[in-house]
Ligand binder design. Structure first.
Ligand code: NDP
Length: 267
């Protein structure tokens, strides 16, 4: 173990509920890395780089509502984050702030357990949907976006992703239906019309909800229709694991991933 303790943080507003510290600190402990990961409430997203450097953080994660600010403020953005235009990970590389988006590859890792997905219907058009849709496109998995409002669809059109609002959508067959809306997070809403979901579930095999830690009405309905279901816990875990690899410059082993999962579930 090195002598100097490296400091890491999660920036958000609110940030109190975040499970990232317990997940990353469990990882540090597992590999004997001399690090400490804390919660840091950031109110003004435009100060994010300044706060990162002033506090001598080695790395950080960024959550709601600062991912776009973090993208704008970084010295260098790497990978798919350049297209997504939102980042959730900062690294201090010799005084330069390097930014990544690990939500996108985290989602891809999370759906691997379903196996053999060729087509996805993605409900929602927010920040998470942008990341997921580009990650799927990169994997050459056919992706279609369906959102309540038409005015959020420009991003997807610009990236040649098929996209519809509730008004002009016609159901087809998709292997996987993903809820990336916030419906079901703090309420009991379905992400779209129940009849439409039932039609989609007749031909789909899998359903995934980005919300974690609960069976949302969306997942409950999918289960009723005999689909294999999964909540957002693995997505949260894998975005964390990928950030951890950047933080510590290591490759995560199975044992480390399980230690981080255990950390995530604690408390
Ligand atoms: P945004 O606020 O950027 O987008 C929200 C989206 O949800 C919009 O498309 C909005 O539609 C839609 N929406 C909200 N309420 C409803 C409703 N009642 N019916 C239909 N559509 C609705 O959110 P994010 O993209 O940042 O986050 C989306 C979800 O993903 C959240 O639940 C969040 O907790 C989860 N998440 C999980 C992660 C994980 O690691 N597991 C990581 C990141 C996010 P409209 O455009 O019409 O307003």
């Amino acid at each position: 173990m090195s002598d100097k303790k490296e400091l890491f943080a999660i920036f958000g507003n609110p940030v109190e509920h975040s499970k990232s510290p317990q997940m990353h600190n469990a990882g540090f402990k597992k590999i004997d890395f001399n690090g400490n990961y804390i919660k840091h409430l950031v109110e003004d997203g435009n100060k994010i780089k300044e706060i990162f450097l002033e506090n001598s953080y080695k790395g950080a994660n960024i959550t709601v509502p600062h991912k776009e600010y973090a993208y704008e403020n970084a010295d260098e953005v790497r990978g798919l984050a350049k297209d997504i235009k939102a980042v959730n990970t900062y690294i201090n590389e010799n005084g330069k702030v390097i930014a990544y988006n690990t939500d996108a590859p985290g989602f891809i890792k999370a759906i691997e357990s379903f196996g053999g997905i060729k087509s996805v219907l993605l409900l929602g058009a927010g920040g998470t949907a942008k990341a997921i849709s580009l990650a799927l496109q990169k994997e050459k998995i056919e992706v279609t976006v369906l959102n309540r409002s038409e005015n959020k669809l420009d991003f997807f059109k610009e990236h040649n992703i098929k996209c519809y609002s509730w008004e002009n959508f016609q159901a087809k067959k998709y292997d996987l239906i993903v809820n990336s809306t916030s419906a079901g997070l703090k309420d009991e809403y379905l992400p779209c019309n129940k009849k439409l979901l039932e039609t989609l579930f007749k031909t789909a095999k899998f359903a995934f909800d980005c919300v974690y830690g609960k069976i949302t009405p969306f997942l409950a309905l999918a289960k009723e229709n005999n689909l294999e279901i999964k909540d957002g816990e693995d997505m949260l875990l894998y975005q964390g694991v990928l950030a951890f690899e950047y933080f510590t410059n290591t490759k995560a082993s199975k044992e480390l991933i399980e230690a981080m999962r255990k950390g995530l579930k604690e408390g």
